[in-house]
Write a protein that binds this ligand. Structure first.
Ligand code: C5P
Length: 233
């Protein structure tokens, strides 16, 4: 099934440069990808927000997360838009409602991870993700950007960091947004989500064979940005 909402891309769009940045939760890929996209003046795809958006739309509609057919319909039907807010944040609008804050919670992450393991949901979102590829280039962040969605990307990076540091980063991020969380719970949830993402049958979390792997444990954001930019420029 193809998505009627996604226009057929032009030849220029199909061949535009792509930098894929994959990795587990809390590896810093969202922050790093946004900064790099802005430095290069390229477009940005937060593919996790699409999965989170479908999860939230499914939960608003009271759908059963164990019903693949309903989830696939939801993946095709959910209107998910990204808007650059004045504060530099990326707002995510789901079915006309600003769902940015709800999407950030670990509950939304866990729901996204559950539906992301359904092969038909992944296929339903394929074209939508590829439609983000446009000149002058795209930075795409996720789990399978380099392996499945943009296997022909010219530049591929896989970011990792120790589980403690990843949980610490997510903890700070959520705290800054005013979301109250218990560190040990967060660490456990992140490890469970990573295990499910890495062990699922379709598009598991893993570096592409031609990806450059960077362990960001103990590295500052600027250092990682410069290392990745050095691969592209
Ligand atoms: O990146 P983020 O934490 O927002 O992603 C939420 C969940 O969506 C991940 O845990 C993963 O299960 C799923 N996801 C995926 N493939 C992607 C991006 C996200 O399976 N390309």
């Amino acid at each position: 099934m193809s998505d009627p909402a996604v226009p057929t891309p032009s030849a220029d769009a199909r061949t535009a440069a792509v930098l894929t940045i994959d990795g587990p939760s809390g590896s810093g890929k969202g922050t790093i990808s946004r900064l790099i996209a802005s430095r290069l003046g390229w477009h940005y795809l937060d593919s996790g927000a699409l999965y989170r958006g479908v999860g939230v739309a499914a939960s608003w509609a009271g759908l059963d997360l164990a019903d693949p057919a309903a989830l696939v319909r939801c993946a095709f039907d959910a209107q998910i838009r990204f808007e650059d807010a004045a504060d530099g944040e990326l707002r995510v609008i789901v079915n006309g409602v600003d769902a940015t804050d709800e999407l950030r919670t670990e509950t939304a992450g866990a729901a996204a991870s559950a539906i992301a393991a359904v092969p038909e949901v992944r296929s339903a979102l394929k074209e939508r993700q590829r439609a983000f590829r446009r000149p002058p280039g795209l930075v795409a962040d996720g789990r399978d950007m380099g392996t499945v969605i943009f296997p022909d990307a010219a530049f591929k990076v896989f970011l990792t960091a120790s589980p403690d540091e990843r949980a610490e980063r997510r903890y700070k991020q959520l705290k800054d947004k005013g979301v109250s969380v218990i560190f040990d719970d967060l660490l456990r949830e992140i490890l469970a989500r990573d295990a499910r993402d890495a062990n699922r049958a379709v598009a598991p979390l893993r570096p592409a064979d031609d990806a450059v792997c960077i362990d960001t444990t103990g590295l500052g954001i600027d250092t990682v940005v410069e290392r990745v930019l050095a691969l592209v420029t």
